[in-house]
Design a protein around this ligand. Sequence first.
Ligand SMILES: NC(=O)c1ccc[n+]([C@@H]2O[C@H](COP(=O)([O-])OP(=O)(O)OC[C@H]3O[C@@H](n4cnc5c(N)ncnc54)[C@H](O)[C@@H]3O)[C@@H](O)[C@H]2O)c1
Length: 391
Amino acid sequence: MTRPTLKIAMIGYAFMGVAHSQAWRNVHRFFPLDVTPEMAVLVGRNADAVAAAAATLGWAETATDWREVINRDDIDIVDICTPGDSHEAIAVAALAAGKHVLCEKPLANTLGQAERMTAAADKARADGVRSMVGFTYRRVPAIALMKQMIEQGAVGQVRHIRGHYLQDWIIDPEFPLVWRLQKDKAGSGALGDIGAHIIDLAQFVTGHQVTGVAAQTETFVTERPLEESVGGEAGLLAATGGSARGPVTVDDAAIVLARTDHGALATFEATRFATGRKNRIVLEVNGSAGSLAFNFEEMNYLEHYDLALGDRAGFTRIQVTEPTHPYVSAWWPPGHGLGYEHGFVNQARDFLAAIAADEDPTPSFADGTQVQRLLDAIETSAAAQAQWTPV
Ligand SMILES: NC(=O)c1ccc[n+]([C@@H]2O[C@H](COP(=O)([O-])OP(=O)(O)OC[C@H]3O[C@@H](n4cnc5c(N)ncnc54)[C@H](O)[C@@H]3O)[C@@H](O)[C@H]2O)c1
């Protein structure tokens, strides 16, 4: 029996476009699937640049107008890898056209946009059209194992959740005003870009939902050189600035205190000014029976402290490379390890498997909107001197 093919159109082809292309290229070569993805059309705004990217990344065709592409009868999936200012327009139109949608995080730039996207997703679901938001780190095996272990009681009752997402790529005040530093393009700064990930992960692994927040945000460098040479397709870090300057309109850092619906206290820290920290994602959960701790810089490991071991207790370093661990059996033998890109392949696997099974993939647009509601509450609290803000 031949497996049905799902033809994909992907919009945007820089950082996430490359990561997603690698996933679509490989997912069916590692995971057994009932469908085969086909990299049909790559969409960008510059015809020459998109043609060059398509040749490198392995897309069959290119186009410069996403509206035309999502209305093509032969396209099954629309993959949105653009900044947040275009997520709503593309996702809503694609869902209305009956295409399954994978949309990068954060789902949108504002809560209103996210709510409209969720309404469109709910409407499309009635016709079997699926949608998912790309909180990719859920697909790191150690994170997925952390969730399993918490569900199995490895930490008992959860009391503390601690999430840090630390980067330092804009500590140079002369680094240019790229789209991630502009509110109209990005929605928010470190908060929505990386804070959204740890908030999603914290709720994902514990099953708790944040019910209220008190937050502070800060913009340390308020003005930067305007972008002269766009890093764009080569990646944001390649951008260079000119002599003209413009205002930074997003946060550089956010610090959040929170409570959850199951009585836990949570703290979140998201910053692009953690000098020396390149992409450090720390997630710790302390409970009545033990603790679990993850650090993305050592993404193939998970630490577990089991209180029941008494005076022999200590943090055990679990090497999450066994075939019994989530996702790992599709990859390499024990001890061979996975990297950043595998999360995207695992994500593509989950999305395609849900479509093939006629089920809703997670995280849904509603999940993305719940995170957006928290981001909104955090900004409201920060604007009111960290006033307690129920969600
Ligand atoms: N899941 C993750 O871990 C993760 C990591 C990084 C970024 N992201 C998210 O992915 C999205 C894209 O981020 P990125 O880092 O790839 O950005 P990027 O700047 O590297 O790439 C953006 C791409 O979108 C294109 N683009 C911009 N506006 C467009 C428009 N209106 N129409 C068509 N194309 C347009 C650009 O030309 C470029 O190809 C963002 O929502 C970001 O938050 C997710």
